[in-house]
Structure formats: structure tokens, C-alpha cells
Write a protein that binds this ligand. Structure first.
Ligand code: ATP
Length: 517
């Protein structure tokens, strides 16, 4: 595990060193869980978005895109439940100035009692061997009984405060933390503030305060921009069910525990598609979208063993089926995408709060109903991170040297072709530039003339450039160049006129999309 953590640290610094991801406002020492994408990062990110967008909008006749504003009418968030239901109880330690989720502190205390019991059991198991009777031991051992009693009492109090009438009993929560003697893991003190409700949404004001500004929120998910446009798109696009609306855009969450680089950010980007369907067909569509989305991921060639579904046991109040697609990151299998069967919850809520009729008239059955929705929701940044983690390799070469290489899928690589003149003389730079001028309309090319060829190759390996071409003396005579492959490092002589044919297909998003059909 320690080794895996090391690898992760290296990936983070690689991202910075090679212009993929910088801490936000770096010259001011960064801003917590906010990041900027650099010159190579933005290209990779755009390619990921293009791969997703085209797989949705280009490959499905019944899916169209929109681009809704980040600011939305404040009632949107009342209707969606984000204003009231998505509140976490928080408590601060005055000495360490650290903030914690109060419910998590109590759950950790419960886990401590369970651990103590488990330890006693393990000890006794070793001592008594085969003769050990766990049930009897649990019922009679004084230390187990004492801890079980503490666990039960705490559990009962915890349930009471969480399910109090009118919402969580915040004072009761603080009292539990004090009574249990829970200390801050950093300062070790019990100097706690009161427990307060905390909403993950960022608030701001629209208009000047003098003329009655209204509180609005930065959207915590892009989905609601799709729901409130359902009628607009359905009517103007004359869409028939089933149909989908796709959107890529920024979302903002004031995450409390921001960590693991771009895995959990406060400003991030989502790619969401809401698929509107006839009620009763949702489980079939849910299964279909699970399959479609998994295929999209696995199409990148990272190996099926690195993905898994994690079906939810505990469903959000609006969902009747939900799963995550998890990817094997250096810190374990982690959610990259969520697929949710959201019933007609969102459209019904918006109908209720807006007073508008949000329904679909089904010409086949002559009935009107509120469509059900299957949602696929993926984070661009998490996708970016999973690609980086899988592509990064410190490779031992046969000659004893090492190279750092990003085995990015060629279609996603920021730069597709680097062109080097062997020397800066004899018209080689001009010839190299000529090749670029010809190919730059078809894919992203880069010119490099500094340092020895070997060093230039290494720089291109480090940003995942799949092809490098070197212009040498022979080029000037016969219009051939050496073409070097990033992964195999093999070099072969090819005619300049063949370059486009060899490279274009391999580096285009189209080649990825064709495998999806
Ligand atoms: P988590 O459980 O990790 O907080 P979530 O279940 O709240 O995620 P969703 O609301 O389902 O996430 O959002 C869909 C996708 O958006 C996630 O699968 C993830 O890829 C991305 N995402 C959510 N929160 C963040 C964040 N803070 N930073 C980066 N990406 C995020």
C-alpha cells in the first residue's frame, strides 16, 4: 500500500511538472481542493469530454445536448431537495481549528466499542482454540458485556438524535460528543463548538444588496439544468420518448473533507445524461445504460479487471435503483460514474414547485404521464485521474536506464505527433515545419528542436505523445523520416506522404467511437 501511495504522489507531481494540473492560484500557495488544468491537461480533458459527448450525441439519434447556466432560480434547489435534505451536521475543534462531521465522530466512537469487543473475542479464540464458544463468551465475559452495554446505549441515543422530530437534534449531538469524551484526533482536546448544519452548496447574492438582492447558489450538480429544460427541449426538438438530454458543465460542492488531489474537488466538471422513459420500463433501461456505460469505459483498453459495479443497498430517497462504476485507482476501487434510476421524482417536484404541467403525451397510447429518468453521471476530473493513474509508468529499459512514460490512449493524448529536426542546420527545421504545417489541420502537432533527440523523446513520452518523427539528412534527399512509436519505442523509415494515413486513424476519437457500435 505504501508503495501505491508513493506512486500516487509521483503522479501528482508529474501532473504539475508536465503542465497537466496545477494547484489553483499556485503563486498564493493554492486554494483547498481547487485545481487548474495546464497546457497539456486542458487538451486531455477536452478529448475526454469529446469522447463522452460524441458517444452520447453523435451515436444516439435520440440524445441531444444542452448547455444550461450555472446560476439557476433558487426554487430549483428547494424542489430538488438540496436546500433542506443535503445538510450535514458539523462541529469544530477550537484548538486545532479542524472541522468534523458530528455524525462521523459518533459513528467512529461506536466502531471503537465494536473493535474492543472484537479484540477480546480474538484473544479468547486464540486461548481456547476449538473449544471456543463465541456466543457464550459474548454473553458472559465482563469486558465484552461492559463494551456491548456502552455500544447499545450510545447507539440508542444516536438513533434518537438523528431521527428527532423536526430534523437532527443538534444540541443532543453535541451532548453525546461531550458525554463520550470524544477528542479531536489532531489537538487531542474536547474544546468543541456547537454542532451546526452545513449545506454543501455555495451561496452567493444576485443583484446589489441595496435593491433587495436574492440568495442564489452555484449548482451542486448539472442534472437540474436538464430537468428544468425538459419541456423546452421536448417541445422544440419534437422529441419522442425515450430520449435523452446530455450536458457537460461545472458543478460546485463545498466538500468538507477535500482530499486525494482531483478526486474530490470543490469546483469540478460533470458529464451527465438524463434519459426520459415511460414509467415501468426503468429497470430495463437501467440495465441497458449500465452495459453501455461500462463498454464506454472498457473501450479505453485499461483491462476489464480494473472496473467493477458497486450496486447501492441504501438508495437516495428519489431512486429505485443505483450503481457506481468504480475504477481501480492507486488508493483502491473508487467511484468514477454513477448510474441512477431516479423515477419521476425530479420532474414531479419541479411541476409541484413551478405550478407547470410537466408531462409527456404519448401518441401511441393516447395517455399523458410524467416520464421516468435514468441518469448517467460521470466526473470529468475523476475520469482524468483514472486515465493518468493507469497510464503512468516508470519503465526499466533493457539498457539499464529508466523512462517515465504515459501510455495514454492515443485518441486522448494532448499531442499526437512531435516533429524534430535532427540538427538546426541544412534546412531541417524548415522541412520539419513543413510537415507540421501540412498535418496540423488533422491532429495536434508539436515542433521541438532543443536538446538531443533522446531527451526530446523522453519529454514526449512524459506527456504521452504517441508518435515522434525525426527529420534528418536522408529526409532532404528522399522525403522519408523516422517514425518512433511511444510504447514500443520502435523506429521505422516512412515516407512523409504516408504519415497522415498511418497516424490519423489511430489518434482520432472516431476510431474509439467505432468500437462502441
Ligand atoms: P461521492 O460519493 O464520491 O461524494 P457522489 O455519489 O456524491 O460522489 P454524484 O453526486 O453521483 O457523486 O456525482 C456524479 C459524479 O460526479 C461522481 O461519480 C464523480 O465522478 C463526480 N463527483 C462528485 N463529487 C465530486 C467532487 N467533489 N470532485 C470531483 N468529482 C466529483
Amino acid at each position: 500500500m505504501a508503495q501505491q501511495e508513493d506512486v500516487f504522489k509521483k503522479i501528482v507531481s508529474h501532473c504539475k511538472e508536465y503542465g497537466f494540473v496545477f494547484p489553483s492560484s499556485d503563486i498564493y500557495d493554492g486554494l483547498g481542493a481547487v485545481y487548474d488544468y495546464g497546457q497539456n491537461g486542458v487538451e486531455l480533458k477536452n478529448n475526454i469530454k469529446q469522447y463522452w459527448w460524441q458517444s452520447m450525441v453523435l451515436l444516439h439519434e435520440n440524445i441531444v445536448g444542452i448547455d444550461a447556466a450555472i446560476f439557476m432560480h433558487p426554487t430549483t434547489w428547494k424542489a430538488s431537495g438540496h436546500v433542506d435534505a443535503f445538510n450535514d451536521p458539523l462541529i469544530d475543534n477550537r484548538d486545532s481549528k479542524k472541522r468534523y462531521r458530528a455524525d462521523v465522530l459518533i459513528e467512529e466512537q461506536l466502531a471503537k466499542y465494536e473493535d474492543k469487543i472484537q479484540k477480546e473475542i480474538e484473544k479468547a479464540k486464540k486461548k481456547f482454540g476449538d473449544a471456543f464458544d463465541e456466543a457464550q463468551f459474548r454473553a458472559t465475559n465482563p469486558r465484552v458485556l461492559e463494551n456491548q452495554e456502552k455500544f447499545d446505549a450510545l447507539h440508542k441515543r444516536y438513533q434518537e438524535v438523528m431521527n428527532a422530530e423536526g430534523g437532527i437534534d443538534l444540541e443532543g449531538m453535541k451532548q453525546i460528543i461531550l458525554d463520550e469524551g470524544i477528542v479531536c484526533p489532531i489537538s487531542g482536546t474536547r474544546n468543541w463548538t456547537d454542532v451546526r448544519q452545513f449545506n454543501l452548496m455555495f451561496k452567493t447574492e444576485m443583484g446589489s444588496t441595496a435593491d433587495g438582492a436574492s440568495t442564489i447558489y452555484l449548482r451542486p450538480e448539472t442534472a437540474q439544468g436538464i430537468f428544468v429544460n425538459y419541456l423546452n427541449v421536448q417541445k422544440t426538438g419534437r422529441m419522442k420518448l425515450p430520449f435523452g438530454i446530455a450536458q457537460i458543465g461545472k458543478a460546485f460542492r463545498n466538500e468538507i473533507v477535500a482530499r486525494q488531489f482531483i478526486f474530490r474537488m470543490r469546483e469540478f466538471e460533470q458529464m451527465e445524461m438524463q434519459f426520459f422513459i415511460k414509467p415501468g420500463t426503468e429497470l430495463d433501461w437501467f440495465a441497458k445504460w449500465k452495459e453501455t456505460r461500462m463498454k464506454w469505459h472498457q473501450n479505453l483498453g485499461f483491462g476489464a479487471e480494473n472496473y467493477r459495479f458497486h450496486d447501492h443497498d441504501k438508495l437516495a430517497h428519489y431512486a429505485n435503483a443505483a450503481t457506481d462504476i468504480e475504477f481501480h485507482m492507486p488508493f483502491g476501487f473508487k467511484e468514477v460514474e454513477g448510474i441512477h434510476s431516479r423515477t419521476n421524482f425530479d420532474l414531479s417536484q419541479h411541476a409541484k414547485y413551478s405550478g407547470k404541467k410537466i408531462e409527456y403525451f404519448d401518441p401511441d397510447t393516447n395517455e399523458s404521464y410524467t416520464p421516468y429518468v435514468i441518469e448517467t453521471s460521470i466526473g470529468v476530473d475523476r475520469m482524468f485521474l483514472s486515465i493518468m493513474c493507469h497510464s503512468y509508468e516508470e519503465q526499466q529499459l533493457p539498457d539499464g536506464q529508466t523512462r517515465t512514460v504515459l501510455h495514454l490512449p492515443a485518441a486522448l493524448a494532448p499531442v499526437k505527433l512531435a516533429v524534430f529536426p535532427l540538427t538546426k542546420k541544412d534546412g531541417m527545421p524548415e522541412k520539419a515545419q513543413e510537415i507540421i504545417n501540412d498535418l496540423r489541420f488533422h491532429f495536434n502537432c508539436k515542433y521541438e528542436e532543443k536538446d538531443q533527440i533522446g531527451k526530446r523523446y523522453r519529454r514526449m513520452d512524459a506527456i504521452g505523445c504517441p508518435f515522434c518523427v525525426t527529420v534528418d539528412q536522408q529526409t532532404l534527399e528522399d522525403n522519408t523520416v523516422t517514425l518512433r512509436d511511444r510504447d514500443t519505442m520502435e523506429q521505422r523509415r516512412v515516407a512523409i506522404s504516408d504519415l497522415r494515413g498511418i497516424i490519423e486513424d489511430k489518434v482520432s476519437i472516431t476510431s474509439l467511437l467505432k468500437n462502441l457500435l
